[in-house]
Design a protein around this ligand. Structure first.
Ligand code: FES
Ligand SMILES: [Fe+2]
Length: 423
């Protein structure tokens, strides 16, 4: 990759090509559960290189405003969240969720100043346990997000969040890379039940769509059956992956469901990963205990986080607690937790890896296409166009899928029922 293109994709601050592109989509700013109560404590949000504060006001509405007061830049994190607004504790200026100044007690009552002061604020929308925001130009604001998983009832959906100390693109590339599952996540070397490990060089076909693409990976299993996985990529940084068939992995569930991630840039060198799970069987709600077990299997269980943060205890400073003996005897990596394995590789590349030094092969096709699409989308925005995947109607009914089919069968025919959205 040319350095110029790599920079175009990895810099996310205001005014950068990718930064301006990302501001054309709704994206997660926080989990709803971070703001559990009206007039509760505000939370710090850093998003696309901007420092913000989120608060749930007296009516339950979420404000997302500049982290610093427009008076003399005091931190609003220490502010009072009261009577439909956040009040700066330095001199008492108060702003509502829309950014309007509603009180200016340090100025004379007749002062017109109140009418001219605003705080930067972004619109918010809650769905699927996520507080979404739109940070782009007002006149280009698309309809709010509308994914099958975010529409799903609370009983059939779970979300979580984890911090990653690297650029979002390294995470997204890992998420679209089905080939690594056969190696990095091979936790029981020699286990014949593991479908992923039985073919480490899947064939990958990528199909362009209005929202991004889907790709189909085919792993040949010797007994006349193929293991097919259909992944979805929606611009700018979401992966949806299937989790429906028995793969011999511990994380596997019998009830049909899918999982996914959004790698949301905090800034150029840090990322918040929002993880979701969606069950499709109406009669089979997700079991909270099972969800917690799965999260623990991924390395995101309650005990895996540094208390009070979304940061994992296993990190680069302790080499993710790699166990070299275990690596010799049991698992490919010696690192516990599927997600921790991913993070170890992605953070270990350096915060922004040098993509001029890579050598991409055929198994990297999905990654190459994603990069090309993102580059094209930055140019579309520069040309005044609407980027691919900004409109909810382009992605509202998509779903990932996987299954075992007889070799030579057309997967579309085999999967026709499983591809229809449930929610
Ligand atoms: S700095 Fe906030 S009111 Fe003065
Ligand atoms: Fe992975």
């Amino acid at each position: 990759m040319r350095q110029e293109d790599a920079e175009r994709l990895t810099r996310v601050g205001p005014g950068t090509p990718a930064g301006e592109l990302f501001r054309r989509y709704w994206q997660p700013a926080a989990l709803s559960s971070e703001l559990p109560e009206k007039d509760g404590a505000p939370v710090r949000v850093r998003l696309l290189g901007e420092d913000l504060i989120a608060f749930r006001d007296t009516e339950g509405k979420i404000g997302l405003v500049d982290a610093y007061c427009p008076h003399r830049r005091a931190p609003l994190f220490f502010g009072r969240n009261e009577e439909c607004g956040i009040r700066c504790v330095y001199h008492g200026w108060k702003f509502n969720a829309d950014g309007t100044c509603t009180d200016l007690p340090s100025e004379p009552a007749e002062s017109p100043m109140k009418n001219n002061i605003r705080i930067k604020s972004y619109p918010t929308f809650e769905q699927g346990g996520i507080v979404w925001t739109y940070m782009g130009p007002k006149d280009k604001q698309p309809a709010p997000p509308d994914y099958e998983w975010s529409r799903a009832p609370e009983t059939h959906r779970a979300v979580s969040k984890a911090y990653q100390a690297c650029n979002y693109l390294q995470g997204l590339e890992g998420g679209l890379d089905t080939a690594h599952v056969s190696f990095l996540h091979n936790n029981r070397i020699g286990d014949k039940k593991n479908l992923f490990a039985r073919d480490g060089a899947p064939k990958i076909e990528v199909f362009d769509t209005d929202y991004g693409y889907y790709y189909v990976s085919t792993r040949k299993l010797s007994e006349g059956r193929d293991f097919i996985r259909v992944y979805q990529y929606t611009l700018p940084f979401q992966q949806m992956r299937p989790n429906m068939v028995q793969t011999g992995l511990e994380s596997n569930r019998v009830a049909p469901r899918s999982d996914g991630h959004l790698w949301v840039p905090i800034d150029d060198e840090q990322t918040n990963v929002y993880n979701w799970t969606c069950g499709f069987d109406e009669d089979c709600p997700l079991d909270p205990q099972q969800i917690e077990e799965t999260e623990a299997f991924y390395g995101r269980g309650k005990d895996h986080y540094i208390p009070g943060t979304f940061k994992l205890k296993a990190n680069l400073s302790n080499d993710y607690f790699i166990d070299r003996q275990e690596q010799k005897n049991t698992s490919f990596t010696g690192i516990q937790g599927v997600n921790t394995q991913d993070v170890a590789l992605q953070e270990g590349m350096g915060t922004v890896t040098d993509r001029t030094q890579e050598h991409l092969g055929t198994s990297d096709r999905a990654i190459a296409v994603m990069r090309r699409m993102l580059l094209e989308a930055t140019r579309a925005v520069e040309a005044g166009e609407t980027p691919r995947g900004a409109e909810a109607k382009s992605y509202r009914d998509i779903r990932p899928y996987d299954g075992l089919i007889p070799t030579g069968t057309d997967w579309r025919e085999a999967f026709v029922e499983g591809l229809a959205p449930r929610w």
